[in-house]
Design a binder for this molecule. Structure first.
Ligand code: ADP
Ligand code: MG
Length: 269
């Protein structure tokens, strides 16, 4: 399987209130095409920063992101980001209109199929068949996330970047969303980079887990469990403990984290 994404030595330092704040420092990893990779770590450790660098939203201080051998310099429809917030759709358009708008704006309408039929195809894939005529305000939080994922898929991205997408949902809805996202992943073959701070979510979904401590990639672990992931599997608990052990001590006092004194602050821009 070929490498689709190469993140090499990226450092992102923010300027905030006259201080330098390290987002991530010297982070490197690769992702193979079609893989489901989770990024896990405590709040503030740089998970969203990494996704934003891959999405092309951030100017990095050092390092680079390569997508299929091309340097990422700006956002593009080959990378689609799904956020935790449940209001990512245009509220004045129906679900179908949201999807058709996205497809048309990037010129990704499939020939031989009407845009409405294609929107319905993606809605069916995420379990929202028949809801194309609904407005976002008529949907539950989980349904809105499903619709956002359908819209993302309709643009046919190479990589789906998911930043704690189910973080605002209740536990039952999250389980349902896990089934849906795995089905979508299997059927489309899209590469997924999924940010979470929930160890079980990372284990249940991913092929690989990138464990972060503040600003740093601490470990890159391959998930040894067979799919579908069963929490009753004899190795589930030990793998869970391995990941939680990696994350232990990942919390540091703010003083260590927030003020980027030398040598970090002297890193080249
Ligand atoms: P996570 O997603 O793991 O919670 P983030 O990537 O959002 O972490 O943030 C990493 C660090 O960078 C944190 O210390 C955060 O406060 C800081 N940070 C993130 N975005 C900004 C910003 N726009 N301006 C200043 N500091 C930021
Ligand atoms: Mg975040």
């Amino acid at each position: 399987m070929s490498t689709i994404l190469n993140v090499s030595g990226i450092t992102k330092i923010y300027e905030s209130g006259g201080k330098k704040v390290i987002g991530v420092e010297k982070v490197s990893f690769s992702v193979e095409e079609g893989k489901f990779v989770s990024i896990i770590g405590p709040s503030g450790c740089g998970k969203s920063t990494i996704l934003r660098c891959i999405a092309g939203f951030e100017k990095m201080n050092c390092g680079q992101v390569m997508l299929e051998g091309e340097k990422v310099t700006k956002p593009g429809p080959d990378r689609f980001m799904i956020f935790q917030g449940l209001d990512q759709l245009f509220p004045w358009l129906t679900v179908e209109e949201n999807i058709v708008f996205a497809m048309k704006s990037v010129g990704k309408v499939t020939k031989g199929m009407s845009p409405a039929e294609e929107a319905e195809h993606y809605l069916d894939l995420v379990g929202l068949s028949g809801y194309g005529g609904y407005y976002p305000y008529q949907l539950s939080g989980g349904m809105k996330q499903r619709a956002s994922i359908a819209r993302a898929l309709s643009v046919k991205p190479k990589i789906l970047l998911m930043d704690e997408p189910f973080g605002s949902l209740d536990a039952f809805s999250r389980r349902a969303m896990h089934h849906m996202v795995l089905k979508v992943w299997e059927k489309t073959g899209v590469t997924v980079i999924f940010v979470t701070h929930d160890i079980e979510e990372a284990i249940d979904l991913s092929d690989r887990i990138l464990a972060f401590s503040p600003a740093r990639l601490k470990a890159d672990v391959t998930n040894p469990l067979p799919r579908p992931r069963e929490r009753s599997h004899p190795s589930y608990r030990s793998f869970f403990l391995k990941i939680s052990g990696l994350l232990e001590g990942a919390f540091k006092p703010d003083s260590d984290l927030k003020s980027a004194s030398a040598p970090e602050a002297t890193l080249a821009f």
